[in-house]
Ligand binder design. Structure first.
Ligand code: ADE
Length: 225
């Protein structure tokens, strides 16, 4: 999967993709992530990427031209399946959406800033708008990092144990069961006896029951669905 991220703050996106799982995904060639500075496509002499809103109103608006030039530059090299705009009023990201988007080959992600982006970009160039939650971030970069992490870890070969993404919370509409590691007794805080019994069928049954219990308690709406 190839992801091209368009931003005015490329530095914000260096660290999230330089560690752990996402780093491994890039090293293995499973995911290619490129960050593009929209300012590199500004055509005016001040290299500005935002301007005052027509009709007034507080806040600057991201200009259409540099964004479209950057998109066209990328689209001249390959076909993109989706052009996503990270926006608080987009479709809410969940595990099902992440699963389906992880099947795509080439994706552009546009990170917004200031008061928003020129509406013509949303109407004529964006194919999908995604929100990571009902709250407003200062920009789309952190949202893009969350989205990319959620999707990339699902790609085959990214996680060491391929089954581990399948047993994530939400994958089967259930929250994952509790997990424990050594020591089995920490200052009297004990791991459930069953987990050290070696009785695999009973342990699996227990894990499922725990998942069901947790889901009923923490996400009753999800359980009913
Ligand atoms: N940009 C600002 N807030 C956002 C959010 N909640 N989700 C996606 N993009 C955003």
């Amino acid at each position: 999967m190839r992801i091209d991220i368009l931003t005015v703050l490329p530095d914000l996106l260096v660290s999230p993709f330089s560690h752990s799982i996402l780093k491994r995904a890039k090293e293995k060639g499973v995911a290619e992530i490129y960050v593009h500075n929209i300012r590199d496509f500004a055509t005016n002499k001040h290299k500005s990427v935002d301007d005052y809103a027509f009709g007034g109103g507080a806040g600057m608006v991201m200009m259409i031209e540099p964004i479209v030039l950057c998109m066209e530059h990328l689209q001249s090299q390959r076909k993109y399946d989706e052009i996503i705009y990270m926006s608080p009023d987009g479709e809410l990201l969940d595990q099902k959406m992440a699963n389906s988007l992880s099947m795509l080959k080439n994706v552009i992600i546009l990170c917004g800033h200031y008061k928003g982006i020129d509406e013509r970009i949303r109407r004529h160039f964006i194919t999908r708008e995604i929100s990571i939650g009902n709250y407003v971030l200062s920009g789309g970069e952190l949202a893009a990092a969350v989205f990319v992490d959620t999707v990339i870890r699902l790609l085959p070969g990214v996680l060491n144990d391929e089954t581990s993404a399948l047993s994530d919370s939400f994958q089967d509409d259930l929250i994952a069961p509790p997990v424990y590691t050594r020591p089995a007794d920490f200052r009297g805080l004990k791991v459930p006896d069953l987990l050290i019994s070696g009785n695999t069928p009973e342990i699996e049954k227990w894990k499922h029951e725990q998942s069901v219990e947790r889901t009923k308690k923490r996400r009753p709406g999800m359980f009913k669905e």
